[in-house]
Design a protein around this ligand. Sequence first.
Ligand code: DGL
Length: 282
Amino acid sequence: MTATSSGVIGVFDSGFGGLTVLKALLARLPEARFVFLGDTARLPYGSKSRRTIARYAAESAQFLVNEQGAEFLVIACNTASALALDAIKEAVDVPVLGVIEPGAAAAAANSLTKNVMVIATEATVASHAYAAACRARGLHGVEKACPLLVPLVEEGWIDHPVTEEVVRIYLKELLDEARQNGQNPDTLVLGCTHYPLLRPVFERVLVELTGPSGVRVIDSAEATAAEAARLVLETGGFGLLGDGEAPRIQCFATDSVEKFERLGSRFLGLPVGKVELVDLGG
Ligand code: DGL
């Protein structure tokens, strides 16, 4: 990667939740060019096997690199990062950054008790990728799969009493498990790209369950964007346009383009623009 590279930064997610990572990347690298792919036809990844996730993620990465010229990839999907990072690195010849390591590093920087909680999809939790990344940093992590949350977010039930009740049940169970293990968690890692949209709900419920300074929420999207920006700037500002040029974003999806355009703006905090349909096979 060099300062003169004309390449773009590829951002990949199983759906459009990864736009929360793109949003954080835009704030950190306001003049970079991005190509985003949401594999909406094959979402959810979180309930599938490692083998299937690896195949889908590798094909998606190849689309971004081989067909869209991405020269750096951010895997803005916790499930793909947890189960398919090696497969992606084998499939493409560009630097690849996943969300797990930055998320765990941010948790380590935040936690005083060294006890953290992680919520994620079933596949991410079953892989124990977060638990391992936490352990490597001297943290004890309890993990919980929260499979109802992605569909609730996809439905747009961001600030909805049903969603709040589901969050309350999950967090109560997780806190009980941590306490039964003799732990005193002070950090909650949002280990799924859909969850940052529910951050106010998590924070509200955590105050209710643990008091005002009980548990802090760590967003792996924000931590990943910070690490991506560090790598990009360290390597000479790869993917940056000239001063003053507007951020350029091109979004692709493998299905549900209209839904992507409608809900994607909510994840990105900006209009996503025209989303192009791409067929990556079954
Ligand atoms: N993008 C996935 C993740 O961050 C959530 C959606 C899915 O299950 O595919 O884990």
